[in-house]
Design a protein around this ligand. Structure first.
Ligand SMILES: C[S@@+](CC[C@H](N)C(=O)[O-])C[C@H]1O[C@@H](n2cnc3c(N)ncnc32)[C@H](O)[C@@H]1O
Length: 191
């Protein structure tokens, strides 16, 4: 990825995740909340659809990215086309919880980054509840070597991950890295 795409506060966690994805030989990846600004959003939203889409293209893996907003989907698709990633990335227009609930395959990597967080406390609670619902909807498709990354956590009142991280810690997961993004693996994760 060219240096001008400075991923700032996500750079180290993205790098760490990609190292683990290689070790676990991840094949099936899901992102909730797609790259609505394409690669231009590298410094703001993260551009994870392209980051992990490129990783998928280099490692014979596949990324599903789901978003409820038509415009976000269209913008992400434009960037996926531009980067020639269609063989490895599919963007879905759907509510993420419904999508995850219906997903049939095992998931090696889950990236939660949908319902926008804000300074409004009510929105914060809804965002936290939504990310917990996402996890619960796909929980039974995760396995011993699955990797979970949650965006926008180091924010007032706990960020997007507050409820889902608490739930995961009570249910056999541990924090592998805690920064702006939080990276979690199973307690007996072998790497
Ligand atoms: C912060 S952006 C995602 C950024 C992206 N992950 C990246 O790295 O560039 C959040 C996205 O979540 C989407 N979103 C909000 N509520 C959602 C829901 N219930 N289901 C799916 N997507 C949702 C929004 O439409 C928006 O495009």
């Amino acid at each position: 990825m060219p240096f001008k795409y400075d991923f700032r506060k996500r750079r180290n966690t993205f790098r760490k995740v990609m190292g683990l994805l290689s070790k676990t030989k991840a094949k099936m990846m899901i992102e909730t909340g797609t790259s609505r600004e394409g690669l231009k959003g590298a410094k703001s939203n993260g551009a994870a659809t392209i980051v992990f889409g490129k990783w998928a293209s280099e490692n014979a893996a596949f990324l599903h990215s789901v978003d409820i907003n038509e415009k976000s989907v269209a913008n992400a698709q434009t960037e996926v086309d531009k980067q020639k990633l269609n063989e490895w990335v599919k963007i879905h227009e759907s509510d993420s919880v419904a999508f995850l609930d219906a997903f049939a395959d095992k998931v090696d990597f889950l990236y939660l980054d949908s319902y926008d967080y804000s300074s409004n406390v009510e929105v914060q609670k809804k965002s936290q509840e939504h990310h917990l619902k996402e996890f619960k909807a796909i929980e039974n498709k995760l396995h011993d070597k699955s990797i979970v990354l949650i965006d926008d956590c180091d924010l007032p009142n706990g960020g997007k991950g507050k409820l889902v991280i608490a739930y995961m810690l009570e249910n056999g997961w541990r924090i592998e890295e805690e920064a702006y993004q939080v990276l979690l693996v199973r307690e007996d994760f072998p790497y």
